[in-house]
Design a binder for this molecule. Sequence first.
Ligand code: URA
Length: 273
Amino acid sequence: MSSANPAPAQLAESLLAFWVDGGVDAMLLEDPVDRIAAGRILPPIRVAAPVTAAPAARAAPRQPDVSAAAAKAQALARAAPDLDALIAAIAAFEDCPLRFENSATQAVIYRGVVPAPLMIIGEAPGADEDAAGQPFVGRAGKLLDRMLAAAGLQDRVLITNTVFWRTPGNRTPTPAEQAVCAPFVERLIALARPQLLLLAGGAPAKALLKRDEGILSLRGRWHDWTSADGTLTLPALPTLHPAFLLRQPGAKKHAWADLLTLTDRLDRSDNPL
Ligand code: URA
């Protein structure tokens, strides 16, 4: 038996390897940092210049200007006559604060049918969604698909998120990030013409309904969602996020009850007699 203790560097390496094996891909603080409120963003990682080189003139790092970005998103969304134009506008949009975070490789916009009787709005794309370019394709998405199939909804749904870019470490999107993407989400709703909205999780429920309560008190009851310009109002049902259901399987019964509430209303509006 060796009496030598491993060096601190070896210990750190072994701990990191253990975390990586366990699926950890980011190091985060306990609480999200709102870089907009803090008025600063992390500068991009730079390769150090050789010490002998003359200092290069640096472009000032791009700063997210949330009101300007939201106004620009609004103008672009309004000008998109159809879904293809909207998708192109979102994919080319560089002003969302999330585009400054280097956490996303592409825009993740929607999957499903158009027009769609039901539109599901989740929180934000995760790593699997960022890789695939489609929302809800990871573990939570697979659970969502199983629930939709069990409720007979799989061919009647369009699925999207409150923001179109992956957040750093999959944290909850900030209200500023959601506000910048909101005009695009609203245009998507207008183009997909759903009869009902299902808001999957606290982040979309709070953002779309402009409520402060937690998802556990909002879920399972119908609320009115109204577009920012007041021209469109739809019934919206908040429910538990499928990622929460993976962590708390005992809560699946509530999500299932919400889906039954939803299908009941959808079937009634499809067959008003
Ligand atoms: N969670 C979400 O809220 N959205 C996705 O697209 C994937 C996971």
